[in-house]
Write a protein of this length. Structure first.
Length: 104
């Protein structure tokens, strides 16, 4: 016989996980919107970007391609987090850095 309390506990746990995932997704969307706003305000001299990933090269290259279409005059590289920072961020983390390209 299935314990109704166990079913209830599982249902509650699944609802909480779903809520957490929705909040994380919302946070990611808001973060990307803010990043895009900042990039749009970027001065012309800040023209080197680096997409950094934690074991998520495919997503990093997709982001690089999107950025390259929107900012065709900018140098956009892909790099990765080392094991220490990657451990703290978690697998699949992505970040974007930008700076003045001193080589130009």
């Amino acid at each position: 016989m299935i314990d109704p309390e166990l079913i209830s506990a599982i249902h509650t746990a699944v609802k909480e996980e779903t809520k957490d995932l929705r909040e994380i997704t919302k946070g990611l969307r808001e973060g990307l919107k803010e990043t895009n706003k900042r990039l749009d305000r970027m001065e012309a001299k800040q023209d080197k970007m680096i997409v950094i990933h934690a074991n998520n090269e495919e997503a990093a290259k997709e982001w690089q391609a999107k950025l390259a279409k929107k900012y065709p005059n900018n140098s956009i590289e892909v790099s990765y987090f080392g094991p220490v920072i990657g451990t703290h961020l978690g697998e699949n983390a992505l970040a974007l850095g930008w700076m003045e390209d001193i080589d130009k």
